[in-house]
Design a binder for this molecule. Structure first.
Ligand code: PLP
Ligand code: TYF
Length: 402
């Protein structure tokens, strides 16, 4: 029956982890997948998460199904975290929201809802480059996927003039535009607040539909409200955005699959109709989402003490990454005098650094130095620590000098 099924390619990110696992060298380093590691290179369960779990255990929750759109208290608090308590559509009760299977599930619900109900051509513009899963998520939901200029390999910065030209003249009116809310994956380059304001104006002028992917709120700057700047600015300008939220990174809840999808609508009556259609989209996909992770996140978001502790732990993770950026820059530039300009390692934002290393160099690093990263030269900064950063920098130096 399945003899005609061709073998598919391995996932470009998760494939790196597999190669890493198979490597027996004790010096090996995995900078592939974007998952936070502590200063000892170990996965990190946040203290606020442990406390929330012990509160939950004491409250002995049952194992009943959640509603189709998940834990209502959780989505309410998630939306508040993203849009801010002063958000006009939030106060009006016109934001429709549902729990989702983390950020991926939120994107998929959004794409499926738009594919069915967005009254214009199903064309989505993704930044070039973007998170590798964006293309299949939108394509499998029936969208035509196109790209807008984003990264400039010459300057290792934002290709802002080309970005504006693409949105102003190349994208047809009513195209959906996917925007990384903060900590762009894979480049680590975000628009400045002024540039966000220009992008917002262009979207308004050209009637483009902004779909925000916020997978790293708090991770970019250490402040959840600062990282929500773009989302809140667009909403304050009257954009009716779509938003995918993930709690994988900022609460370290990766495998618990906690997220939310929301849509700003015109009024509470419209919201109620959208709510009903979100349920119709979700029901045949998975009926209803898992409860445990959403309960953890909700406990943290609704308890002042845990919330404060969470904010300080997010800041701690963000700061450790920033510290690794400084150290890596220092070793390459001052100690090793590695050829090239490495300032982007310090200026890039969030979990990743787009090093500028070429495909052949990343292959050589894996083969000769047992250092693993994605083929585009992206490294997860959180994989670096005091114990491996010098070896990593020396390996990069070796690869650059050839
Ligand atoms: N969007 C971006 C840009 C990401 O980097 C990620 C994870 O790396 C996600 C969405 C979704 O992740 P998850 O489904 O684990 O929340
Ligand atoms: O490292 C990244 O960019 C992410 C990590 O189901 C990831 O792709 C891996 C698997 C997954 C979600 C996110």
């Amino acid at each position: 029956t399945w003899s005609a099924v061709p073998a598919g390619p391995p996932d470009p990110i998760l494939g790196v982890s597999e190669a890493f696992k198979a490597d027996k060298d004790p010096r090996k380093i995995n900078l592939g997948v974007g998952a936070y590691r502590d200063g000892q290179g170990k996965p990190y369960v946040l203290d606020c998460v442990k406390k929330a779990e012990s509160f939950l255990e004491a409250s002995k929750p049952d194992k009943e199904y959640l509603p189709i759109t998940g834990l209502g208290e959780f989505t309410k608090n998630a939306v508040k975290l993203a849009y801010g308590v002063d958000s006009a559509p939030l106060k009006d009760g016109s934001i429709s929201a549902t729990q989702s299977i983390s950020g991926t599930g939120a994107l998929r619900i959004g794409a499926a809802f738009l594919a069915r109900h967005y009254p214009h051509a199903k064309v989505v513009y993704l930044p070039n480059p973007s998170w590798g899963n964006h293309t299949p998520i939108f394509r499998d939901s029936g969208f035509e996927v196109r790209k807008y200029a984003y990264f400039d390999p010459e300057t290792l910065g934002l290709k802002f003039e080309a970005l504006k030209a693409d949105l102003l003249t190349n994208a047809p009116e009513h195209s959906v535009v996917l925007l990384h809310a903060c900590a762009h994956n894979p480049t680590g380059i975000d628009p400045t607040p002024e540039q966000w304001a220009e992008i917002s104006d262009i979207c308004k002028e050209r009637k483009l539909f902004p779909f925000f992917d916020m997978a790293y709120q708090g991770f970019a700057s250490g402040s959840t409200s600062r990282d929500a700047f773009a989302v809140r600015h667009f909403v304050s300008q009257g954009h009716q955005i779509a938003l995918a939220q993930s709690f994988a990174k900022n609460m370290g809840l990766y495998g618990e699959r906690v997220g939310a999808f929301s849509l700003v609508t015109s009024d509470p009556a419209e919201k109620a109709r959208v709510d009903s259609q979100l349920k119709i989209v979700i029901r045949p996909m998975y009926s209803n989402p898992p409860a445990h992770g959403a309960r953890i996140a909700n406990t943290i978001l609704s308890n002042d003490e845990l919330y404060a502790e969470w904010e300080s732990e997010v800041k701690g993770m963000a700061n450790r990454i920033i510290d690794m950026r400084e150290k890596l820059y220092g070793i390459l530039t001052n100690d090793l005098k590695t050829p090239g300009e490495w300032g982007h390692i310090k200026s890039q934002i969030g979990m990743f650094s787009f090093t500028g290393l070429k495909k052949e160099q990343t292959a050589a690093l894996a083969e000769k130095a047992h250092v693993y990263m994605t083929a585009d030269g992206r490294i997860s900064m959180a994989g670096l620590n005091a114990g491996n950063i010098t070896y990593f920098a020396e390996s990069v130096d070796g690869a650059v000098r050839g």
